[in-house]
Write a protein that binds this ligand. Structure first.
Ligand code: SF4
Ligand code: SF4
Length: 172
């Protein structure tokens, strides 16, 4: 059996897509930078809302704080390396084995062709990483639960002021 060995090529830290930050990521990153939550959010993040169209006409919305990007790459990618490797957020620690990895076939196939570490694995090698995807799934469920408990307000959850969000439609 082969194992996933990230080559730290940095390719998943640039291009399309964003790093979602859970509230606990924001707290931990701010603490590591010795910044207040507001300072960290203002300097290093953007605020987005994903807009899901359901059954033709009804919409649902999910807010996320995401890592800011510079030149189409994560702001913390320096010389093709993660400059916050020791305390990078959950999504980066679990990449690519987040929940969609085993549920979105097209996305998995795309990653298998573009991630040098995944290229060395066979489909049967991937099963060992399913528990990581399950942990990611639980994280997402917990995030949505906390949002529901707080009227979908990240400002309320974190006690910060957020800028106007960028609304991003999500095709289903
Ligand atoms: S693309 Fe793959 S090998 Fe490259 S940094 Fe991302 S996870 Fe690691
Ligand atoms: S925090 Fe680090 S690992 Fe995550 S996207 Fe940014 S540079 Fe890449």
């Amino acid at each position: 059996m082969n194992f996933f060995k990230c080559t730290a090529c940095g390719s998943c830290c640039s291009g399309d897509g964003s790093v979602f930050l859970y509230p606990e990521d924001v707290r931990s990153l701010a603490e590591n930078f010795k910044m207040t939550l507001q300072e960290f959010i203002d300097k290093y993040t953007d605020f987005i809302i994903l807009e899901y169209c359901e059954e033709g006409s009804s919409f649902s919305y999910l807010p996320y704080i995401v890592m800011k990007k510079e030149n189409d790459a994560c702001i913390f990618l320096k010389s093709k390396r993660c400059s916050i490797h020791d305390f990078k957020p959950f999504q980066c620690r679990n990449t690519p084995f987040v929940s969609e990895f085993f549920t979105d076939d097209e996305w998995r196939k795309y990653l298998m062709k573009h991630c040098p570490a995944l290229m060395k694995l066979k489909e049967e090698d991937l099963e060992q990483y399913r528990p990581m995807a399950q942990v990611s799934d639980e994280k997402n469920k917990n995030y949505e639960f906390i949002l529901r408990q707080n009227a979908y307000s990240l400002e309320k959850i974190l006690g910060v002021t957020l800028p106007e969000p960028k609304i991003i439609p999500v095709e289903s």
